[in-house]
Design a protein. Structure first.
Length: 65
């Protein structure tokens, strides 16, 4: 498993760090729809990717990169 971090902001301009986890056994797929890629905030909340936007599953937080 590998990971990378990248910055994002919410609608209020607050900064966050998104962590992308990628299962190295998945090959080169690495797309947003790839089940071997997941996104989380530093506090462990899972994110759903929609292009350059990320949101929590409940929709209470939306981030852009």
């Amino acid at each position: 498993m590998s990971f990378r971090q990248f910055p994002a902001t919410d609608a209020n301009g607050d900064d966050y760090v998104i962590i992308e986890f990628k299962d190295e056994q998945s090959g080169d797929a690495g797309t947003a729809a790839d089940p071997h890629v997941r996104y989380e905030l530093a506090d462990g909340r899972r994110l759903v990717r929609d292009g350059r936007a990320f949101r929590t599953s409940g929709g209470e937080l939306t981030l852009s990169t």
